[in-house]
Design a protein. Structure first.
Length: 212
């Protein structure tokens, strides 16, 4: 039994070391490496954008891309998490068909879902800033709070543009573009926070503030 426990401890120790080494490498890495990581998360966002379904009372679909947005801030940090979503937005606007429904083009950004896509950039920046700055934010509870806040940022951008595009007041825009998605987005945040808490180190790997 003791040998089994020692083996489990050894596996856990290797995992903790591996994730610490990855984040330290990411922090100290070159711009080219960080850019490639950002592009990788942009591709992941585009892939998860195709996981979608529509509700009958709103033009805004439920998609899987929020997972990539939330995790990009944690894995890549503030600037490169935001950059990943900036690349997703910019390359998609240039015509690459990786927005929801295999669509691309600037007209998507000016349409009913464009505000949410722009909100992805802001959400990744906010989440990345806190997780890069404060070690304490990497607990499950801290990450869940950050991710729920990030979803709130996405909803804010989305509702503002939805209101403008549909020419409806704020109440109707919220009813169509936010309220139907709160429960499922919080559920997404819980899953993303659990994944992020498992893969992020609880010790400083760069110049973070460790309040312990």
């Amino acid at each position: 039994m003791s040998e089994f426990n020692n083996e489990i401890k050894n596996i856990i120790g290797k995992f903790e070391s591996a994730k610490y080494n990855f984040f330290k490498w990411r922090f100290e890495s070159t711009f080219a490496n960080k850019l490639m990581l950002a592009l990788g998360f942009a591709c992941l966002t585009g892939l998860l954008a195709q996981v979608r379904f529509y509700l009958p009372f709103t033009p805004v679909p439920v998609t899987g891309q929020v997972f990539a947005v939330l995790l990009s801030g944690v894995i890549l940090g503030k600037w490169y998490g935001g950059l990943s979503q900036g690349l997703y937005t910019g390359i998609g606007a240039a015509g690459l068909p990786w927005f929801t429904g295999m669509k691309g083009g600037i007209d998507i950004l000016s349409g009913v879902t464009g505000g949410y896509i722009v909100g992805f950039i802001a959400a990744a920046l906010v989440i990345g800033w806190f997780t890069d700055k404060y070690v304490i934010s990497r607990s499950f509870a801290g990450l869940l709070i950050l991710m729920v806040f990030g979803i709130g940022v996405i909803h804010l951008f989305g509702v503002i543009q939805l209101s403008a595009v549909l020419h409806v007041n704020a109440q109707i825009a919220i009813e169509k573009g936010s309220l139907p998605f709160i429960a499922v987005d919080v559920y997404k945040a819980m899953i993303a926070a659990a994944i992020a808490a498992a893969v992020t180190p609880r010790t400083a790997y760069g110049n973070e503030v460790d309040l312990r």
